[in-house]
Design a protein around this ligand. Structure first.
Ligand code: ATP
Ligand code: MG
Length: 277
């Protein structure tokens, strides 16, 4: 099954997150059943990223947004692991610094866009400026409501510069989030992940869902689609994200460049060196 088509938020249509089951695994029954495809995806991601890097004419931007504990870090681990660190990078976006706040909201983002040959993962992104900013009234509506169009234009600019953009919303349920927070509280090795705001933000869950729905509906475009990934099952989340990345990178049709040297000449040198040895 082509998971990309299945989970893509269709451009121009409004999305209702309450109707998308975070427990969905589209027919896969268990992690065991998915293991073979997970392993295959890993191998394919290694090959595809190698080609992207070698070709160095296009790039890939992966945007991750989600409620806390939905698994952004888990996805990053899973997707980055098969890739050569020389060609990929993770960029996180926290609360803007005073310097960042003194500029337009895309200023801090644009400079981290991938260069030719590179994969960049955004752990949070410019979308915070229509999510947390909207939910907590950090800017008036007349400011943030204009940003959807600005984001679409910005992403169009990146796309026209040969950057493929894929955006994932990792969709967990409110109950699953509570379970994961409890694990963080109970496991000393995970205590460091808890922050003051984690439980407090739960009071805004519905407002966040509204903000996500609007964002995904307005900003899923042909050149930069949003994917809503059921993420209550970590193994399925990884399977879906890695499958969509494989599909996306395959469609980029990267080509290993022709050698810039005359191989016949070099073979002659190699033969001579072998004779000497
Ligand atoms: P973890 O998943 O490990 O908790 P995190 O990405 O949540 O990592 P935190 O330091 O907990 O990292 O949170 C970063 C915070 O910065 C988030 O609450 C996010 O909403 C906030 N943030 C990011 N961008 C903006 C922005 N443009 N305006 C206001 N707040 C922002
Ligand atoms: Mg956090």
């Amino acid at each position: 099954m082509k998971l990309a088509k299945f989970f893509e938020a269709k451009p121009g249509r409004s999305i209702n997150l309450r109707k998308i089951d975070p427990d969905d695994t589209v027919g896969f029954k268990s992690k065991k059943q998915a293991l073979a495809q997970l392993a295959e995806n890993k191998k394919l991601l290694t090959e595809l990223q190698y080609k992207l890097y070698a070709e160095s004419k296009q790039s890939l931007l992966v945007v991750l947004q989600a409620m806390d504990a939905a698994g952004k870090d888990g996805v990053i681990n899973h997707v980055m692991a098969p890739m050569n660190p020389q060609g990929c990078r993770v960029q996180g976006f926290k609360k803007p610094t005073p310097e960042e706040r003194a500029h337009d909201f895309l200023w801090r983002v644009h400079k981290h866009a991938p260069k030719d040959g590179e994969v960049v993962i955004f752990n949070r992104s410019h979308y915070e400026d229509v999510l947390v900013v909207r939910v907590h009234d950090l800017a008036p509506k007349k400011i943030w409501s204009k940003r959807y169009g600005m984001i679409n234009e910005f992403e169009k600019l990146l796309a026209s510069n040969n950057t493929r953009i894929v955006k994932f919303f990792l969709h967990i349920s409110k109950e699953e989030q509570l379970k994961r927070f409890k694990k963080r509280l109970d496991d000393p090795a995970k205590n460091w992940k808890i922050s003051d705001s984690d439980y407090a933000e739960r009071a805004y869950w519905d407002k966040y869902m509204d903000a996500f729905e609007d964002t995904i509906s307005k900003c899923s475009t042909k050149h930069a689609p949003w994917y809503v990934i059921p993420a209550n099952h970590k193994w399925f989340r990884n399977l879906a994200v890695s499958s969509i990345l494989v599909e996306t990178m395959r469609s980029m049709k990267m080509e290993i460049p022709e050698p810039s040297v005359d191989l016949d000449e070099i073979r002659k040198l190699a033969d001579a060196a072998a004779e000497e040895a």
